[in-house]
Design a binder for this molecule. Structure first.
Ligand code: ISE
Length: 347
């Protein structure tokens, strides 16, 4: 670690935390994870030992420590709010994995606390904004040569079912997986969503009983853009993310990851990623390097708490639509002045 590296404390030591520790400490520059905390103390201590970190039994002591400059929150979704609020109370910058909080009200409390402090300190882990493929889509939107945007078609396919503590139904699909599409599509098209609706195709036999998989989320914007997002969390064949933007003069689609074609058994195949950590490796690297660089300059450059809040508002409307069966309107809300000038991450 260089002597002036930003000293990071990480709260929550699960799978994503470990990959973040490895990338920050081994591949990125300007920051170093030096301490961790986890409510599962035995497990947290093993992680601390593996990566030579200090372990704190109480996350509040870690966040308040005078030799911790910034905090990464990689705890369970339902603890994010508490951990981010603690960072804000200590005036420390915080990178929080998505979702900022599982519910809209929790995200709003974070926004209110940040606004009350008068300074942006929170970045949300919407890493897709840093994916080189999504950045190409953003360039196409910015370029303007394709005319007005009319439609977006996208798909979010996970190989196999997963369950998260605290979720007993389809909300998990929306709040934990589709939250990525909700954020990245809003960022791409530069418009907020005004309505959400959910359709349920025939259910796959591979889905957990309480989760209706697949589902289709339909979103609209004030200018009339229609967005359809397929969520298929038991697609079986791999981890596959697709996105196509259709304009008046042409369409542009997310490039497939450049996996080497394979010739075997009289066939030519191109491997597909098997999970999100493999698919978005470059995005995670760019995202965390940008967070470190920006935090060292005392600014937030990536997705803000306001972005996290807006994403969870749309997710809440989608969950209500999934339960109620109709379309849910999403009222427009003006961002507090603190977020008016934000650039929003990615390129
Ligand atoms: C997971 O939690 C993620 O954040 C991945 O990016 C997403 O694609 C996956 O569906 C979620 O389970």
């Amino acid at each position: 670690m260089s002597t002036d590296a930003m000293r990071i404390g990480i709260v929550g030591t699960g799978a994503i935390a470990r990959t973040h520790i490895e990338r920050v400490n081994a591949r990125l520059s300007g920051g170093c994870v030096v301490a961790c905390s986890d409510p599962a103390a035995d497990f947290g201590k093993e992680v601390a030992e593996k990566y030579s970190l200090r372990f704190y039994e109480d996350y509040r002591d870690l966040i308040a420590a005078s030799d911790i400059d910034a905090v990464m929150v990689t705890s369970a979704n339902d603890r994010h709010e508490e951990h981010v609020l603690s960072a804000l109370a200590n005036g420390k910058p915080a990178f929080c994995e998505k979702p900022l909080a599982p519910d809209e009200a929790g995200c709003r409390r974070i926004v209110d606390a940040e606004v009350a402090g008068g300074r942006q300190l929170v970045q949300v882990g919407f890493m897709r904004r840093y994916d080189p493929g999504y950045m190409q889509l953003k360039q196409a939107v910015r370029g303007g040569a394709l005319g007005d945007l009319l439609m977006v078609h996208s798909a979010h396919r996970n190989r196999e079912n997963y369950t998260l503590a605290g979720f007993s139904d389809t909300r998990m699909t929306i709040e934990n997986s589709l939250i990525h599409e909700i954020d990245v599509i809003r960022w791409l098209i530069g418009e907020n969503f005004t309505s959400a609706e959910v359709r349920f195709p025939r259910k796959t036999r591979h889905s957990a009983e309480e989760v209706h998989d697949p589902l289709i989320l339909l979103l609209t914007t004030a200018s009339g853009v229609h967005v359809d997002v397929e969520a298929f969390l038991n697609c079986r064949y791999g981890y596959d993310i697709q996105c196509e933007l259709c304009f008046e003069e042409g369409c542009v689609a997310l490039p497939e990851p450049a996996n080497a074609p394979l010739r075997i058994n009289a066939s030519r195949t191109t491997p597909i990623c098997s999970d999100w950590s493999e698919r978005f490796t470059a995005a995670y690297d760019l995202e965390l390097q940008d967070w470190i660089n920006a935090t060292r300059r005392s600014v937030v450059n990536g997705p803000s708490a306001w972005d996290g809040y807006l994403a969870s508002r749309t997710a809440a409307a989608a969950c209500a639509a999934a339960l109620g069966g109709g379309a849910e309107r999403i009222a427009t809300e003006t961002p507090p002045p603190l977020y008016a000038e934000q650039s929003g991450g990615g390129q």
